[in-house]
Ligand binder design. Structure first.
Ligand code: ATP
Length: 255
């Protein structure tokens, strides 16, 4: 596991304990335990419908937890009203508060504005001390495209922009949902290591949801595999790379 020196002295960026999450009070994620430390890349894997996106949406605050405990960037989800008060909050307020504290989500659909240029996206998200040129150092392929509208970029370029924009906020916890969706494997092979480098460079904890299992294991420190809303396997990515048999069983629901 890659651990920055900050890991030893600061608390994890995410702690979920016995988390149940879902829709309209009906759980589709059952009793999730998950910890992510600073500078650590964790891959969340599993077959379609396993509950990966639901987990990300709940961590981002777009869905309220149904039960269990969720601490995002040091704040317990139930205490987000401040001063320890338990306050009911709507999803936009929760998401805004978590974003202010340093959470950034790259959603499955990338969430770009087709009519805005690369520069405009980077300007919109940029943390005060983060120059867009620093971010473009990580994504040099975007530099010549600064004035191009996002809607005119290729799929891979759009994904780079979505990640660059997320990094522009200097996140402490970065979550990327299905980066590879619609992209050629060769592009994914180039993009995933950039997320790894970003974690190393910034000390952010990273949670990636990815269908390309072997690529995800190659860039992550740890992996968590879900099946029908339950964690079936978790462990060191290097160990799991050698156990394709148990990964396959989990994907096929043979738990
Ligand atoms: P995929 O890899 O296909 O994106 P996933 O692991 O991200 O799948 P989720 O999208 O979290 O899975 O879905 C988990 C379960 O929740 C599925 O059974 C799905 O049908 C259900 N679900 C997803 N969105 C909703 C919703 N808005 N309302 C009710 N149920 C939903």
């Amino acid at each position: 596991m890659t651990v920055t020196s900050a890991t030893q002295i600061s608390s994890p960026v995410l702690v979920a304990q016995g988390l149940h999450a879902g829709y309209d009070g009906v759980p589709v994620v059952h009793g999730l335990d998950l910890v992510i430390n600073h500078g650590e890349v964790v891959a969340l894997l599993g077959a379609n419908g396993a509950g990966k996106t639901t987990t990300l949406l709940t961590i981002a605050g777009l869905l309220p937890p149904i039960s269990g405990s969720l601490t995002v960037l040091g704040e317990l989800a139930h205490d987000e009203g401040g001063r320890g008060r338990r306050v009911r909050r709507n999803s936009l307020t929760r998401t805004w508060r978590r974003a202010r504290r340093g959470l950034s989500l790259v959603p499955e659909d990338r969430g770009l504005f087709p009519g805005l240029t690369v520069n405009e996206h980077l300007r919109l998200s940029r943390a005060k001390s983060n120059k867009s040129s620093d971010i473009l150092d990580l994504f040099p392929a975007l530099a010549p495209l600064r004035t191009r509208q996002a809607g005119l970029l290729s799929g891979g370029e759009q994904q780079m922009l979505a990640i660059a924009r997320a990094l522009g906020t200097k996140p402490k916890l970065l979550m990327v949902d299905e980066m590879s969706l619609g992209l050629a494997p060769i592009i994914v092979e180039r993009l995933l290591p950039l997320v790894r480098s970003a974690a190393a460079a910034t000390g952010a904890g990273v949670l990636i949801v990815e269908q390309h299992v072997h690529m995800a294991l190659a860039v992550s420190d740890r992996a968590v595999v879900m099946s029908r809303g339950v964690v079936t396997i978790q462990g060191d990515s290097r160990d799991l790379e050698k156990r394709s048999d148990i990964l396959e069983s989990s994907y096929l629901g043979e738990d």
